[in-house]
Design a protein around this ligand. Structure first.
Ligand SMILES: Cc1cc2nc3c(=O)[nH]c(=O)nc-3n(C[C@H](O)[C@H](O)[C@H](O)COP(=O)(O)OP(=O)(O)OC[C@H]3O[C@@H](n4cnc5c(N)ncnc54)[C@H](O)[C@@H]3O)c2cc1C
Length: 409
């Protein structure tokens, strides 16, 4: 039976980056169990994209995949324009408003298709002889005295000293270990699609707050293409999904106040129910939870995978400390500390999402004139804007070393 130091369940963006991060800090044998291999990228942009912040970019640089990503498809954004539908309130951010940076930086972040990131990570993992990519699904596991016994659907079984659960929002590992979960329906569904925008995206991430929820238009690698994330109460999302494309185009052009000209669908639409999930702990026995397997948040500030990437870097930092101390890989004290750290970060992020969501819901009840004045006043306060931008860019002093800037490997 194959034996590994660490088995990662799930080869999404978080699981694959965790494999590389482990190898960046330790010469350990790693397995990644993932049933869905990568496929060729289609010529059209993929529907799922992520706004990748500075901390995540730094991690991807240190893992040696950033250049693989930028050789493919990505779009830097240099401005953010946030406004209140039909009101006078707006917030404008530009890279020039940003905090002092440790490098020459000419963007706030990048919009990248999830499949582009995953493909780059996958190729890098394939090149590492210390990582085995196992095309399979975990079907059973048992926690032993010194190892975890893992059964696979097709390829028998394996043993590992530590298990990393990176198997997404509906984590099989979490269910199997009966790990308690705080769970709340956001009462929003997100409609995701690719659209053409008449006036081009202008290197800007656009977000309008409607009475029903936010609509984001995120710039893609083609100048006239954006990815939309439109969060709506479930019944209204269902109605929008049922509209014929021409009617949908009219609604989205109107919702975006014509700021990007006519907006027309160039892909199918898909809709996701949005749920907040938070594991009570990020550790149970020999299993460590990261990414969406540990937490899911509202996409309105585009921070979900960014939070997952910090989990990855924090995991690597904890592992390195354990090895330096010559402790057991499943050193409970170290992983409990990791769990508290990551959970408090996730809680902070969830609170911020809630404040934005509730803030706008409350504001929606105020007369438009008054809420417009509030937003416009905020737009004038430079230090506050800088602080908000710093958060959006993932610039914090307490980040793990793998999230610090270094030249590409
Ligand atoms: C509409 C929307 C927009 C978003 N926009 C942003 C954004 O702009 N910025 C941002 O930071 N985040 C964003 N997010 C969040 C982001 O998409 C997620 O946080 C991220 O995809 C999670 O990655 P992951 O690797 O943890 O999980 P996943 O991508 O779900 O990967 C889990 C992997 O585990 C595998 N798996 C599952 N079960 C098993 C099993 N039993 N055995 C083996 N493998 C298994 C799956 O095949 C999958 O590959 C958005 C989310 C939504 C819904």
């Amino acid at each position: 039976m194959q034996q590994y130091d660490i088995a990662i369940v799930g080869g999404g963006m978080v699981g694959l980056s965790a494999a590389l991060a482990i190898r960046a800090v330790a010469d350990l044998r790693v397995a990644v169990i993932e049933p869905k291999p990568i496929t060729e990228l289609s010529a059209e942009p993929c529907l799922r994209v992520s706004a990748i912040n500075d901390a995540s970019e730094n991690l991807l640089r240190q893992l040696g995949v950033w250049s693989l990503i930028t050789q493919q498809r990505h779009q830097a954004y240099r401005h953010m324009h946030v406004w209140d539908k039909d009101g006078i309130g707006k917030l404008d951010f530009s890279v020039a408003d940003g905090p002092h940076l440790s490098k020459e930086k000419n963007d706030i972040g990048h919009i990248i298709e999830n499949d582009v990131i995953r493909k780059a990570l996958w190729h890098k993992v394939e090149q590492d002889s210390g990582i085995e990519l196992i095309n399979d699904t975990i079907t059973n596991m048992a926690m032993g005295e010194s190892e975890v016994f893992i059964s696979l659907a097709k390829q028998g079984a394996l043993l590992s000293k530590l298990l990393v659960a990176a198997d997404g929002a509906n984590s099989w590992v979490r269910q199997q270990l009966e790990l308690p979960l705080t769970f709340r329906d956001y009462d929003h569904h997100a409609i995701v699609a690719t659209v053409n925008v008449e006036h081009g995206h202008q290197d800007t991430a656009w977000q309008v707050f409607l009475d029903t929820g936010p609509l984001a238009l995120l710039p893609l690698f083609e100048r006239n293409s954006c990815s939309i994330v439109w969060s709506l109460p479930p019944e209204q999302a269902a109605q929008m999904m049922a509209l014929d494309p021409a009617e949908f185009d009219k609604r989205i052009s109107a919702a975006s106040d014509g700021k990007l000209g006519l907006v027309t669908l160039s892909s199918e639409r898909v809709s996701f129910p949005l749920t907040m999930r938070l594991n009570r702990s990020f550790v149970k026995q020999r299993a460590i939870f990261i990414g969406d397997a540990a937490h899911t948040i509202h996409p309105l500030a585009g921070q979900g995978v960014n939070l997952g990437f910090v989990d990855v870097a924090a995991f690597a930092q904890t592992l390195e400390a354990i090895l330096q101390d010559n402790a057991e890989l499943n050193d409970n004290k170290a992983w409990q500390k990791f769990s508290r750290w990551r959970k408090s970060d996730a809680v902070e992020m969830m609170a911020a999402m809630e404040a934005i969501k509730q803030g706008f819901a409350m504001q929606a009840k105020l007369p438009k004139f008054i809420r417009g004045i509030g937003m416009s006043m905020l737009n004038q306060i430079k230090p506050l804007k800088q602080l908000m931008l710093k958060h959006a860019m993932g610039q914090r002093s307490d980040l793990p070393p793998l999230c610090h800037y270094k030249q590409d490997l």
